[in-house]
Design a binder for this molecule. Sequence first.
Ligand SMILES: [Zn+2]
Ligand SMILES: [Zn+2]
Length: 226
Amino acid sequence: MLRHLLHRLPRTCLCCHSLHRETGPLCAACATALPRNQNPCSRCAEPQAMAGQLCARCQKKPPPFQQVIAPWIYEDAVARLIQRFKFSGELAAADALWPALAEAMSPLDIAALVPVPVHDHRHHERGFNQALWLADRLARPGRLPVLEALHKHRNTADQVGLTRSQRQKNLRHAFRLSRPTVPECVALVDDVVSSTATASQCSRLLKQAGARQVYVLALARTPREN
Ligand SMILES: [Zn+2]
Ligand SMILES: [Zn+2]
């Protein structure tokens, strides 16, 4: 009864502040305008010009993970929503984005979710690990286990805005395994894939712990680097 009533009450759109009666946190116009990752690279999900393409980097050197699933492009309203989620802890902003990821991952036969860890200091500053929060949301429908199998033992600068080589240097030896074994098919969970440096590092570690296939689930992928 209460639920029924709540559904009928108009809500304020998180983006344009207009009143609406959609089930999600955005009005229909703002939800439709979010940049979808329509033509992702079939391995790293970097936006491509056409569907079903493999980007030049993945052609040259196949990544250690199976595939990145990232339904949105990290730009415009999607970037603003993710920043509100990540830096202000505004969970409703993520509620506008994660259902598309839950849908995109549903055909995969994943045995466990592994959130990309944040360093303890940063966790303390922000009050929560956004990747763990996201993994909990994605695990709920299928009751998948969420394994905190990785630990970040070095605080690294934020990856967004760094060059490729800066990012790799920044991340070298930043992660460690915190459990000896993981299931054969696991998925790493992160909010944004901005390069594949973090995903590659973490995938290699999970493979050392017995994973054969590692998927990467993220809300968004940054646009193509030039
Ligand atoms: Zn709106
Ligand atoms: Zn690629």
